[in-house]
Design a protein around this ligand. Structure first.
Ligand SMILES: NC(=O)c1ccc[n+]([C@@H]2O[C@H](COP(=O)([O-])OP(=O)(O)OC[C@H]3O[C@@H](n4cnc5c(N)ncnc54)[C@H](OP(=O)(O)O)[C@@H]3O)[C@@H](O)[C@H]2O)c1
Length: 234
C-alpha cells in the first residue's frame, strides 16, 4: 500500500513528456488520476482523460465542474516557443502566457475548493529558465519566472489563511521531450548539438521529483526543486 493509493490527482499535460510519465507513476501507485489534454487518446492507460484547451478560460472552468475531491493538482502543461523579445511573434507570446501562466493560475484557484479540510498539494512545473534567462530565453523564460512568483504568492496567501494546502515548484533544465522540438523549431541543428553535448534529463527523472513532493509526510513541505542534467552547464 503506497501513500498515494486511492488519492485523487489532477495532472495537466497528461498526454506527453513529464506529465505523461508522472501519470504512469501515479497509476502504478494506485492513485486515481485525471489527465487534462487536447489529445485524450494519448493519455496513459487507467488515467481518466479530461478534454480541454488550456488557452480557453471556459474550458478550464469546465475541467473542475464535475470534479469531486482532489488530493493533489500538478500543473505540467506548457508551451515553449523560441520567440525573442526583439523579433518574436506576439501570437507565440500570447499562447505561452495563456497556457504557462494564466491556465496554471486559473487551475490553482479553481482547485482550492476541491481539497479536503486536511489539505493537499499543488505542484507547478517551472523551469531552470525561470531562474536565469538564457540568451535564447525570449518570452518563454518570463513565463517561467511568473510560475515561480505565482507559486510563492499562492503559498504565502494559503499560509495567511491557515490553509494546510502545500504548494511547490519544480524547475528542470533540459528534458528530452517533444517540447524541445517546439523550442528548437527552425534550429534543428542546435538541438542535435545540445543532445550530443549532454545526457539530458528524462521525463521520468522529473516525474520522480514531483512524486517525492507528493509522497512526503504531511509535516514536510518541499517548496522548490531545481534539477538539471549533470552535464548541463547552467
Ligand atoms: N522539456 C524540457 O526541456 C523542459 C524543461 C523545463 C521545464 N519544462 C516544462 O515542463 C512542462 C512539461 O513539458 P514537457 O517537456 O513534458 O512538454 P511536452 O512533452 O511538449 O508536453 C506538453 C503538454 O502540455 C499540454 N498542452 C500544451 N498546450 C496545451 C493547451 N493549449 N491545452 C491543453 N494542454 C496543452 C500538451 O497537451 P496536448 O497537446 O495533448 O493538449 C502536453 O501534454 C512544461 O511546463 C514545460 O515548460 C520542460
Amino acid at each position: 500500500m503506497t501513500v498515494l493509493q486511492g488519492k485523487t490527482i489532477l495532472v495537466t499535460g497528461a498526454s506527453s513528456g513529464i506529465g505523461k510519465a508522472l501519470c504512469e507513476l501515479l497509476v502504478a501507485r494506485g492513485a486515481k488520476v485525471f489527465g487534462v489534454t487536447r489529445r485524450p487518446a494519448l493519455v496513459p492507460e487507467n488515467v481518466t482523460p479530461i478534454l480541454a484547451d488550456l488557452t480557453q478560460r471556459g474550458q478550464i472552468s469546465a475541467i473542475f465542474q464535475n470534479l469531486g475531491n482532489l488530493d493533489a493538482l500538478v500543473n505540467c502543461a506548457g508551451v515553449a516557443y523560441l520567440s525573442r523579445i526583439i523579433d518574436g511573434n506576439p501570437a507565440d507570446w500570447e499562447e505561452m502566457w495563456r497556457v504557462n501562466v494564466m491556465a496554471l493560475s486559473h487551475c490553482c484557484q479553481l482547485s482550492l475548493k476541491h481539497f479536503p479540510a486536511s489539505g493537499g498539494r499543488i505542484v507547478n512545473v517551472s523551469s531552470m529558465s525561470g531562474h536565469r534567462v538564457p540568451p535564447t530565453g525570449g518570452f518563454y523564460a518570463p513565463t517561467k519566472f511568473a510560475v515561480r512568483a505565482i507559486t510563492d504568492a499562492l503559498r504565502a496567501e494559503l499560509k495567511s489563511v491557515q490553509s494546510p494546502i502545500q504548494v511547490a515548484c519544480v524547475s528542470p533544465g533540459f528534458v528530452d521531450t517533444p517540447l524541445l522540438d517546439q523550442y528548437f523549431r527552425g534550429r534543428e541543428q542546435a538541438l542535435t548539438q545540445t543532445r550530443a553535448a549532454m545526457k539530458m534529463l528524462e521525463p521520468d527523472d522529473v516525474a520522480w521529483a514531483i512524486l517525492t513532493i507528493l509522497e512526503a509526510p504531511a509535516h514536510v513541505e518541499i517548496g522548490d526543486i531545481l534539477m538539471r542534467s549533470a552535464e548541463q552547464q547552467m
